[in-house]
Design a binder for this molecule. Structure first.
Ligand code: HEC
Ligand code: HEC
Length: 271
C-alpha cells in the first residue's frame, strides 16, 4: 500500500472532487445518450446502444450487428476469367447459342438489338453475358423475368448464348472517342468525388474485363441501372465498383450520361 495514496483518500477535498467527477460523468452520460436521443423521433428502447455507437461515430451496420450485413444478397460469386472473353473468337457454339436465343428475341430483339427497354445484347462482351446470366441465376442480380429465365440454363447454355451474342455485330453503335464532345463524367470523371471516367472502362478507349458495352443501350435502361447502383438495389458489381461511382452522381448527371450513351439508339429509332 502506497503511503501517498493513503493520504489522498483521507483528504476530504480529494474524495469530494472524485465524487463530483463521477457525478458529472453520469450526468453527461444521461444527457448525451438517453435524454438527447430520446427527444429524436427515431428513439427506441434498443436505441440506447445505437446512440452510443452513433455518438462514437461507428457505422450503423456495426451497431446493428450482423443484421446490417445480412440484409440484401451477396455481391457476386462469379470470378471473371480471360478465357470467357476469348469466346469472341471461337465460333464453335454460336449455332447452338442462336437456337437457345430464340427464347430471348421477344425482349432483346431478333438480332440482339432491343426494341423495348430491355438491354441490347448484340456484340456484348461474352464475359459480361456470362457473368450477368450467372448472377441472375444465383439471385445476386434481381429481375423477376431474368431470374426465371436463367433458372434452368446450364453452364454450357450460358457460354453458347454468350458466344452467339458476341458474334453478332454491335447494334447501332460506334465506340466513343475523344474526338467528339463528351459529357465531363464520360471524358474525365469527377476526381474529387472518386468518379472515374466512364470511357476508361466501358469501351471506346479502354474496356475493363466485365464492364458492359453500353453504347446504344435504351436510355430508360441506363437510367434504371445507374439509379439501382446508386440506391444499392443492384449490388452484383464486384468490389462495389459501379455502386461507388453512382453514389455521388446527381439525377441530372445520370440523365446526362444515359442520354449520351443512348444517343445512337435514339438515332436508330428515328430512322
Ligand atoms: C420477357 C422479356 C425478356 C426475355 C424473354 C429475356 N430477357 Fe433478358 N432481360 C430482360 C430485361 C427487362 C432485362 C433487364 C433486367 C434488369 O433490370 O436487371 C434483361 C437483362 C438481360 C441481360 C443483362 C444485360 C446487361 O447488359 O446487363 C442479359 C445478359 C440477358 N437479359 C440475356 C437474356 C437471354 C440470354 C435470354 C433468353 C434465354 C433473355 N435475356 C430473355 C428481358 C428479357
Ligand atoms: C472502373 C471501371 C468502371 C468505370 C470507370 C465505370 N464503370 Fe460502369 N460498370 C463497370 C463494371 C465492371 C460494370 C459491370 C458490373 C457487374 O458486374 O454487374 C459496370 C456496369 C455499368 C452499367 C450497367 C450496364 C449493364 O448493361 O448492366 C452502367 C449503366 C454503367 N456501368 C454506367 C457507367 C457510367 C455512366 C460510368 C461513368 C460515370 C461508368 N459506368 C464508369 C465498370 C466501370
Amino acid at each position: 500500500m502506497n503511503r501517498h495514496d493513503g493520504h489522498s483518500w483521507r483528504n476530504r477535498g480529494f474524495r469530494r472532487s472524485i465524487a463530483a467527477l463521477a457525478g458529472l460523468t453520469a450526468g453527461a452520460f444521461l444527457v448525451g445518450f438517453v435524454w438527447l436521443p430520446s427527444v429524436h423521433g427515431d428513439f427506441t428502447a434498443g436505441g440506447l446502444w445505437d446512440s452510443i455507437c452513433r455518438a462514437a461515430g461507428a457505422p450503423a451496420s456495426w451497431s446493428s450487428g450482423a443484421d446490417g450485413i445480412r440484409a440484401g444478397p451477396p455481391s457476386t460469386d462469379v470470378i471473371l476469367e480471360r478465357s470467357m472473353a476469348d469466346l469472341r473468337s471461337s465460333t464453335g457454339s454460336v449455332g447452338r447459342g442462336a437456337t437457345l436465343a430464340l427464347n430471348c428475341t421477344m425482349c432483346h430483339g431478333v438480332q440482339g438489338a432491343s426494341i423495348s427497354n430491355a438491354p441490347n445484347l448484340a456484340g456484348q462482351y461474352p464475359e459480361v453475358v456470362i457473368k450477368q446470366l450467372l448472377d441472375y441465376k444465383s439471385g445476386q442480380r434481381r429481375s423477376a423475368i431474368m431470374q426465371a429465365l436463367t433458372a434452368n440454363l446450364s453452364d454450357r447454355d450460358i457460354r453458347d448464348l454468350a458466344a452467339y451474342y458476341a458474334y453478332l455485330p454491335k447494334a447501332r453503335t460506334a465506340p466513343t472517342t475523344y474526338d467528339e464532345s463528351l459529357p465531363a463524367l464520360v471524358r474525365v470523371g469527377a476526381p474529387l468525388r472518386n468518379i472515374a471516367p466512364c470511357i476508361s472502362c466501358h469501351g471506346g478507349v479502354d474496356q475493363k474485363l466485365g464492364a458492359p458495352w453500353i453504347e446504344g443501350m435504351p436510355r430508360e435502361y441506363l437510367v434504371e441501372q445507374l439509379q439501382a447502383f446508386r440506391a444499392g438495389t443492384r449490388r452484383n458489381d464486384a468490389e462495389a465498383q459501379m455502386r461507388n461511382m453512382a453514389r455521388p452522381m446527381t439525377d441530372a448527371e445520370i440523365e446526362e450520361v444515359a442520354a449520351f450513351y443512348a444517343r445512337k439508339a435514339a438515332v436508330a429509332e428515328g430512322q
